[in-house]
Design a binder for this molecule. Structure first.
Ligand SMILES: [Zn+2]
Length: 656
């Protein structure tokens, strides 16, 4: 199916802002050779287009046709050999060699539709750029694939065939009549834009800015290219800015801090004639490759902050983004911002990671010789926040309890790194997508088994519990959770009381700050009645909750497997050796409901003795934490607010 021509007839675009959109179903033709599952698949652009049309957003935009790029424009950034490769790779005569050729490159696949898709993707970004530069449009969003920013001068790489953004950038600079002399490229894809960086390395007309996961060179694309000391060379020195994250999980607050303290001050100085965004959405919350957590609202803030430059002339070109929902919602939020320039409310509740400030300072120091504004001291107010965070984390790392959990701010990802995905070709040419997830084979088995996870603590509040499943941060929490690999919400929720004692102990946690947290005495006591909120989840998700409750990250094997599930009905509780440093490593069996076992996680009998003797402190919960429990009980319709407060109060004060 081809996309019908110009649909702007009859739908008047906004008087104030003309926002262009380009999408063409022919860009879905590029795929893995036999349609094997791959994160960079045709559904990515379809999901964006469907979202824009179903929400009626496209009607407010100017829709223009995709167009294949001409070779002479590609030649400004790619070698002739590279152009010939992409031009011919989908031809009949290449059919037998195609997979072998792809295997020569890093994370590349080809099929009979690749050439056409690649020419359309580059051509569409170029058309968008031309229309915005000419003033026919205020801004534009090019919904294209394959993406481009990893593609280098003479080789395709990382799902990218032609470097779409670089081709459009050179086109604008070379068409003198357009009057475009300075271009800012903002690459907010979660991966470093290695290809684009190299193409403008010595060019002061192009300010290339990339913020990406780097982890000291271990994140895709691995190596030093994405380091903050890579600032350009010759005339281009200072015109290449890399902001390399030290860890995953970065979200709105981290990105906004980088905008406010690096990108925006530099953009003001540079004063670009036009801005092109390498708009990958794989740093979006829930992305399986990115492991970061920008919300759609966060993306719209980042975009809005750029709209005050270059008279609002912005071209957004899609790069990565592999969670279809997140991708579509983020893209839609950006198009709406381009259309309306809505006022934004920035949340002051969440703070950047301490590592974010470290990175910001390092980047500012590296570039201050070129951009004197970066030599200014960071505002006092922020430095205070920095200090607070540093103190906060350092007090955690010097945990008084040798059995306390580690600070979890540098959690390893449970997601698949891009570098681990590749197409391997076997002898008869049949390609398979292989991933490095064989060590996680346990997941599919345990995903078929359901259990009740029973919570007596903050997880009684559903919005808080969902952070363990879907990731994120609920009210009162000091840091976000990364969520489970399977983000499906619980299929059922129910309440129950159990004959066990609820109490509060330990003095502080990474998630809640100072104050005690809830424990359930694993011992049955018929005098006691503790409210439990039961969530029906899979055994795979239960393991991910266990991991997060115990501030652990290694997911190579399940901690609570099928054998444990078989024996717990008789053993009643199982202390998990592999998690023994965590506070909640004892899984307790609380009976059955609808024939499924009810499991909770708490401290061990030995720890209860420690609490009783005073070796481990008993400590009342802080207000924010207690409020979360009260909220859970009230929203779950178990108790009135007064009753819930009294219930917590009693558990916190009654001697153990
Ligand atoms: Zn990416």
């Amino acid at each position: 199916m081809e996309f019908p021509p110009d649909q702007s007839n009859g739908t008047e675009p906004s008087e104030r802002r003309r926002v262009g959109l380009v999408y063409d179903e022919r860009m879905c033709k590029h795929s893995t050779p036999k349609g094997e599952i791959h994160p960079e698949n045709p559904d990515r652009i379809r999901s964006i287009w469907n979202k824009l049309t179903s929400a009626g957003i496209h009607q407010r935009c100017v829709i223009f046709d995709a167009k294949e790029v001409e070779d002479k424009y590609i030649a400004a950034v790619h070698t002739n050999n590279h152009i010939n490769l992409i031009k011919t790779i989908s031809s009949e005569k290449m059919a037998s060699k195609r997979n072998r050729v792809a295997a020569r490159y890093n994370s590349i696949h080809f099929n009979e539709g690749s050439s056409e898709s690649a020419y359309l993707a580059a051509g569409s970004v170029l058309e968008a750029a031309k229309k915005v530069a000419k003033g026919e449009l205020n801004s534009a969003f090019a919904i294209v694939r394959p993406p481009g920013h990893h593609a280098e001068e003479s080789e395709p790489m990382g799902f990218c065939l032609f470097n779409n953004v670089a081709i459009a950038t050179c086109f604008l600079l070379n068409q003198k009549e357009l009057g475009i002399n300075k271009i800012l490229i903002v690459d907010w894809d979660v991966h470093h834009g290695n290809g684009t960086q190299k193409m403008f390395w010595k060019d002061s007309r192009v300010l290339f800015f990339s913020v990406h996961r780097h982890e000291y060179g271990s994140f895709y694309p691995t190596g030093d290219d994405g380091s903050h000391i890579m600032i350009g060379e010759g005339a281009g020195a200072g015109y290449n800015i890399n902001v390399p994250w030290e860890n995953g999980q970065c979200g709105d607050a981290d990105y906004i801090a980088v905008w406010d303290h690096i990108l925006i001050p530099v953009a003001r100085e540079f004063n670009p004639d036009i801005i092109i965004i390498s708009a990958g959405f794989d740093a979006a919350i829930g992305d399986p490759l990115g492991g970061c957590r920008i919300t759609p609202h966060g993306y719209s803030i980042l975009l809005k902050k750029l709209m005050k430059f270059s008279g609002g002339k912005i071209i957004m070109a899609l790069e990565g983004g592999y969670n279809l929902n997140s991708l579509a919602n983020s893209a839609a939020a950006c198009v709406e911002m381009l259309l309306e320039d809505k006022p934004i409310a920035e949340s002051v509740e969440v703070y950047p990671f301490e590592s974010t400030w470290r990175v910001i300072k390092a980047v500012r120091e590296e570039l201050s010789a070129f951009w004197p504004i970066l030599a200014d001291k960071l505002p006092e107010e922020l430095t205070t926040k920095v200090t607070l965070q540093l103190q906060y984390y350092s007090s955690q790392s010097e945990d008084e309890y040798d059995d306390g959990p580690n600070s979890g701010d540098l959690e390893e990802d449970v997601t698949i790194p891009l570098s681990k995905l590749n197409l391997s070709e076997d002898v008869d040419g049949a390609d398979k997508v292989t991933t490095a997830t064989s060590s996680q084979a346990w997941r599919s088995e345990l995903s078929k088994i359901h259990v009740w996870y029973a919570s007596f603590g903050s997880n009684m509040s559903e919005s808080r519990f969902l952070c363990y499943i879907q990731g994120g941060q609920a009210e009162g929490m000091k840091r976000p959770c990364r969520g489970s690999v399977d983000k499906t919400k619980p299929t059922e929720v129910m309440w129950k009381t159990v004959p066990h004692r609820l109490f509060f102990g330990r003095e502080s946690t990474v998630t809640w700050g100072p104050g005690g947290v809830a424990f359930l005495n694993p011992e049955i006591n018929n005098q006691e009645k503790t409210f439990m909120c039961l969530y029906r989840i899979t055994l795979e998700q239960f393991n991910d909750v266990l991991l997060q409750e115990n501030v652990r990250t290694d997911t190579s094997s399940p901690f609570f497997d099928l054998n444990a599930l078989d024996s717990i009905e008789y053993e009643k509780n199982i202390s998990l050796e592999a998690l023994k440093d965590g506070w909640y490593h004892n899984v307790v069996y609380l009976g059955k409901e609808n024939d499924l076992p009810i499991l909770t996680m708490t401290c061990t009998h030995a720890h209860v003795e420690g609490f009783k003797s005073g070796k481990i402190p008993i400590c009342a919960p802080a207000k924010g934490y207690a409020d979360t429990l009260v909220r859970g009980l009230v929203q779950g319709k178990q108790l009135s607010e007064d009753e819930a407060v009294a219930y917590i109060q009693e558990a916190a004060t009654k001697p153990l």
